[in-house]
Design a protein. Structure first.
Length: 190
């Protein structure tokens, strides 16, 4: 098979060179509302890869990117903290054959880390892609949380643009007695 980034022959989804280059992308931090959000990649840096989202290749791309970012992050996180923590993905809804965010949260499963799949679902399936902030504010996602209460949660989404989705998601979790520790996203748009 071929590397999904440079298309050279490779046994892995991304060849060794591309793995190294992708990993050079540093983690960035933003604060939206009262929530700290960390992004592993700069959106522009991996834009071509993210465009595969709604193609059959998207499954492999998301899984491989999550293994390069979310997984090592959580391995480090659990070394530093022994507390039990939960993970909630934003709207783990199946589109184009798979739930994109669920691929990210799946890689976070480990000792002391419990992933609650598909527990924070949007009632409003409006597409925010390319929409301005005003439109996003006027069309909230109307999340419904059906997970455990009284827990500490890391909130996960694939892409952060304006931050309105994560602000709304965090506020719904808090209304349900959940403490949101921070947000994690695969890519951030600057
Ligand atoms: Zn490559």
């Amino acid at each position: 098979m071929r590397c999904l980034s440079c298309h050279k022959l490779s046994v892995e989804t991304f060849c060794e060179t591309c793995q190294t280059n992708l990993l050079q992308a540093s983690v960035s931090k933003r604060v939206v509302g009262t929530l700290e959000v960390y992004s592993f990649f700069n959106y522009q840096h991996i834009e071509d890869l993210l465009f595969t989202k709604h193609t059959p290749q998207g499954f492999k791309v998301y899984k491989a990117l999550a293994q390069l970012s979310f997984k090592p992050f959580m391995q480090k996180f659990t070394q530093e903290s022994q507390e039990k923590v939960y993970v909630v993905g934003v709207d783990e809804d199946v589109k184009s054959g798979y739930a994109h965010v669920a691929l990210l949260t799946h890689e976070m499963k480990m000792k002391n880390v419990k992933v609650q799949h598909a527990k924070l679902m949007a009632q409003n399936k409006v597409n925010y892609s390319g929409k301005k902030l005003q439109f996003r504010l006027e069309n909230p996602r109307d999340f419904v949380y059906t997970g455990k209460k009284g827990i500490e949660v890391i909130l996960v989404d694939d892409i952060i643009t304006t931050g309105t989705t994560l602000i709304e998601a965090a506020s719904v979790l808090r209304e349900n007695g959940v403490k949101v520790l921070f947000g994690l996203t695969l890519a951030g748009v600057n």
